[in-house]
Design a protein around this ligand. Structure first.
Ligand code: UDX
Length: 464
């Protein structure tokens, strides 16, 4: 029973990755009784012991609290899960496949296991697809396969889509206090259950069809990515005009129709979602005979941004052959150890391809980047050194490039400037205050800060 006296909703989570774990904890924090299952025994074990398998702000503390409260349990089989839950959320990964389409194998595997487990259980159940899937997948793939395997009729099995909008670094907050909840189902009983399960969250619940809900997820990511790409184009223009992109977009974002967030120019978007989702959306749209030019443009601008960054570096240091470059920040953004689709990788690849020697540093993502580099280095192996202090990274450097804006980089120390052979910082996030560090002799070239034309005029070599 919950505090209010009504029985706690029984939630099941299939797939205890970042997203599944945060989702389960969000429900537990609001009083639900949650059981989780993952195919990987080491993940089950770690969560059982109250240890978060992931480095994500607040996740470990909430996990310990909910293990103590007894509201989050781990089970050993899908059958145990189905026995202890009324609403089962599929939270398995949907990685990018070879042609831009998503790879549905993990989802298909989970659906098969769940369908078989449902066959041996009695009573109404709801299966909710939380994994990001292209519009249509819940109704054309998940629902029929579940019905076939479980031998259940629609009256005994509700199916719904319920996308998540969790961003790394703020996952716990986003899972516990979402801005909105989007559900897609044609089944009134499933909708009633979802409304009850989400009532304690206090967020508006928007009810759509399954494909409508799936499209909300892709459209949201496409729009956010478009905002970032737009900011990056304005940054290039600001550089030409000698204006500062942050000042410009701050003023633009004050228009409440536009909004100030996701307008920060930088090296381009990375992370596990934006590129994958935009490609999948563009591919699916083309199959349906619709060109989604805005999503395609966001991707193209993101690609071009890399060339722009390289142009900026070349303009500052001239030829890269034999030059020592320090790369600060290897994660796809600050505050995470995640290196998926990080812009640091193509930046290093291009720098070493042009003959530079790179030293990379990151306060949290060094180990993950090392593993990524071992897979992706190719002939560049040996031209990247990963070091555990900023001082080492900067020692004898001909230039430094700030890729992810970890707070420690913003507190730039004069000692760091002295380590460098040529004290020039290409600040791709405009994290370091130029005025403050000028005394140390450091020249800061912020991407979009409007100082690029000046260095070009002074003949820094190679353009874009
Ligand atoms: C994103 C979405 O925000 C989230 O809702 C969705 O569920 C998953 O994808 P995440 O990948 O964790 O979350 O990162 P996010 O903070 O959105 O940043 C994505 C990329 O865009 C990062 O590389 C970031 O550096 C970049 N970005 C973001 C900018 O360059 N400028 C901005 O203003 C915002």
């Amino acid at each position: 029973m919950t505090r209010g006296g009504s029985p706690a909703v029984r939630v099941g989570i299939v797939g205890l990755g970042y997203m599944g774990l945060a989702t389960g904890l969000g429900f537990a924090a609001h009083g639900a009784s949650v059981v989780g299952y993952d195919v990987k025994p080491e993940i089950r074990r770690s969560i059982e012991l109250g240890r978060s398998p992931y480095r994500e702000s607040g996740l470990g503390a909430l996990l310990r609290a909910q293990r103590r409260s007894g509201r989050l349990r781990v089970v050993e089989t899908p059958r145990d899960l189905v026995g202890a839950a009324d609403g089962i959320f599929l939270c398995v990964p949907t990685p990018a496949g070879p042609t831009g389409r998503i790879d549905l194998r993990p989802l298909e595997g989970a659906v098969r296991d769940l369908g078989s487990a449902l066959r041996d259980t009695r009573g109404y159940r709801i299966v909710v697809v939380k994994s990001t899937v292209v519009p249509g997948t819940t109704e054309s793939l998940v629902a029929p396969e579940l019905r076939r395997r479980s031998k259940r009729r629609p009256e005994g099995l509700g199916v719904a889509s319920n996308p998540e909008f969790l961003a790394e670094g703020s996952m716990v907050h986003d899972a516990v206090s979402p801005e909105r909840i989007v559900v897609g189902t044609r089944d009134a009983r499933a909708l009633a259950w979802l409304r009850r399960a989400y009532r304690p969250f206090g967020a508006p619940i928007l009810a759509l069809t399954p494909s409508g809900a799936e499209l909300v997820k892709y459209s949201s990511n496409a729009f956010l990515a478009l905002k970032v790409s737009f900011a990056n184009e304005v940054a290039r223009l600001a550089d030409r005009l000698g204006s500062n992109v942050d000042e410009v977009l701050e003023a633009v974002g004050r228009d409440s129709r536009i909004g100030p967030r996701f307008l920060r120019a930088g090296p381009g978007f990375g992370g596990s979602c934006f590129e994958k989702d935009l490609r999948a959306l563009a591919a699916r749209s083309r199959e349906l005979g619709v060109r989604l030019r805005s999503a395609e443009a966001a991707l193209r601008i993101n690609e071009e941004q890399l060339a722009y960054v390289l142009g900026l570096i070349r303009a500052a240091v001239g030829s890269l052959r034999g030059k020592r470059i320090a790369l600060l920040g290897l994660a796809f953004k600050a505050g995470t150890d995640d290196v998926r689709e990080t812009r640091a990788l193509p930046i290093v690849q291009r720098l070493v391809a042009e003959g530079a020697l790179v030293r990379g540093h990151d306060p949290g993502a060094l180990d993950n980047f090392r593993r990524l580099w071992q897979r992706e280095a190719g002939r560049g192996r040996g031209r990247l050194d990963l070091v555990s202090s900023v001082d080492e990274a900067l020692e004898g450097a001909d230039a430094a490039v700030l890729q992810a804006d970890w707070p420690e980089y913003s507190r730039w120390s004069a000692r760091w400037t002295r380590r460098m052979r040529h004290p020039v910082l290409l600040d791709l996030r405009r994290a370091v205050d130029r005025e403050r560090v000028a005394d140390s002799g450091l020249t800061v070239i912020g991407l979009g800060a409007g100082v690029f034309p000046r260095i070009r005029r002074h003949g820094g070599g190679g353009g874009r």
